[in-house]
Design a protein around this ligand. Structure first.
Ligand code: NAD
Length: 463
């Protein structure tokens, strides 16, 4: 689907009209291109005194060959030297330098008074962040803070980051990464994601990193040798997920209903994958998925993306519409996961990634069935994560307004509102959801378990 308003906004007359009427002005967001550097521009780094993750942050910046800058900060300079990161000096009062990303380690903030460190670091550079830039605050998971005062101060970071996401505009995305005390070594996949254009439509989010195994990966092909199943892969978001996982090196088994066989074949042949034409609600769906992956070393990743809407107000909803939506969007996912987990259907260090929706967070008129199913998916992730074994993880993405056939069917006025009511003033693309799924699917994402990340451009709904 094309966004005609965005095209109009780029034209000379469009710019004039939009400026004078105070309308939202969506910019063209940077998106990931293979072989491009993780960050295309300078990165400013800072830290509060006694922060504990600066060493790992410096290591990641060194690994991605970042063009990094820092002010006069001895702790940071020592951490950078240890990580082999060369830091250029950023001088107080420099109003000329521009940054593509600004990263601040706030983990050392011990109490509410010390939150001033956020102000002191970000206030002078708030106007020096480029379009499609990134603001990343790394904090200590409040629940793992040693004192109540520190837990409170760390929890406060969320309000700061979410406000920056709303304030900075120009396609700048702001994220908070909470890291457990003992999980510093597990932040690389997350930091690479939030720094890069792969997180184009993710903003105002909190990603929690806990301790997991440390694995060596080829970052150019982070899913090399893995076998993935993507449900609902014949079109829309599922098609984009299949493409991104294949780009990252996985063999993708594209699953959809038999009626979609032609489109399934088209997607699978474009990415060198295979197909599995089944209905995900069938009683033997879990067994069929296991079998399909068995000739390829077993299943490493399952992306539970297939989903439908059947919108009606509750008063007008026939019981079969309720049943259909709950069954496809929630019960089938539970059944397939249960089958795979209790029948050795998922390899060690396997990944389950589910697709929820901001409707499941905010609720939506005419969507009692859909929102119930998608809130259930969030529950599924939350309550399954702690009981998983063998390094298996489960996470979910919650898309907001994504330009697909599903959203093309929404009446014009509601569609336009959905598109603009977010910090990016535009809808997301299927690839934005797919990139976030590939973060959770990544072999290196051992420390991500039980997360729900919204891919919604920081939509106002349910925020
Ligand atoms: P879509 O309708 O374009 O694609 C969904 C795919 O799932 C279709 O190919 C369909 O055939 C398949 N499917 C449906 N029932 C199935 C079944 N029983 N077995 C196997 N496959 C089945 O939708 P989309 O916009 O690409 O959405 C993908 C997912 O993202 C869904 O879970 C949806 O709820 C969610 N989502 C979408 C948006 C959005 O803005 N498009 C927003 C939030 C969440």
């Amino acid at each position: 689907m094309t966004d005609q308003y965005q095209a109009f906004a780029k034209s000379p007359i469009g710019k004039f009209v939009i400026k004078n009427l105070g309308l939202p002005s969506p910019i063209s967001l940077d998106r990931f291109e293979s072989a491009a550097p993780v960050v295309q521009g300078a990165v400013l780094v800072g830290s509060a005194a006694k922060s504990v993750f600066s060493g790992e942050i410096a290591q990641v910046l060194s690994n991605i060959h970042a063009n990094a800058y820092a002010g006069n900060n001895t702790e940071l300079q020592q951490a950078a030297a240890k990580a082999g990161l060369s830091l250029s000096a950023f001088n107080d009062g420099d109003k000329e330098s521009k940054f593509k990303a600004v990263v601040f380690d706030a983990s050392g903030i011990q109490d509410s008074e010390q939150l001033k460190a956020l102000y002191a670091f970000f206030n002078p550079v708030a106007r020096q962040i480029q379009t499609s830039g990134r603001v990343i605050v790394v904090g200590l998971t409040p629940e793992s803070a040693p004192t109540v005062k520190q837990a409170i101060a760390q929890r406060a970071l969320e309000g700061f980051v979410k406000s920056v996401g709303k304030e900075f505009k120009k396609g700048i995305a702001a994220q908070l990464v909470y890291v457990d005390q003992d999980a510093a070594q597990n932040i690389e996949s997350t930091l690479r994601f939030v720094l890069s254009p792969r997180s184009a439509y993710v903003s105002g989010q909190v990603i929690r990193v806990s301790k997991g195994a440390v694995v060596d990966v080829d970052w150019a092909k982070p899913l090399a040798g893995k076998t993935a199943v993507v449900t609902g892969a014949s079109r829309g978001i599922g098609e984009a997920i299949a493409h991104v996982l294949a780009r990252d090196g996985a063999h993708v088994i594209c699953l959809d209903v038999p009626q979609q066989q032609d489109d399934l074949d088209r997607v699978a042949s474009a990415i060198g994958g295979s197909t599995l034409a089944i209905d995900i609600t069938a009683a033997d769906a879990g067994e069929k998925i296991k079998q399909a992956a068995s000739t390829r070393g077993g299943l490493d990743i399952i992306v539970q993306n297939a989903g439908i809407t059947r919108d009606k107000t509750l008063a007008n909803m026939k019981p079969e519409l309720w049943d259909l939506v709950i069954n496809i969007n929630l019960s089938a996912i539970e059944r397939v996961n249960d089958y795979l987990l209790s029948n050795k259907g998922l390899n060690k260090n396997g990944r389950i990634v589910c697709v929820s929706s901001i409707s499941g967070i905010a609720g939506n008129l005419g969507q009692t069935n859909y929102a119930t199913s998608k809130a259930g998916v969030i529950g599924l992730v939350k309550f399954t994560a702690p009981i998983l074994k063998d390094g298996i993880t489960i996470n979910a993405v919650a898309p907001g307004f994504i330009e697909t056939q599903m959203t093309a069917a929404i009446p014009f006025a509601i569609r336009e509102a959905g598109r603009r009511m977010n910090s990016m003033s535009q809808g997301g693309l299927p690839v934005d959801v797919a990139e976030t799924i590939s973060l959770f699917a990544a072999t290196a994402s051992t420390g991500l378990n039980g997360n729900v990340v919204r891919v919604c451009g920081q939509s106002l709904l349910g925020a």
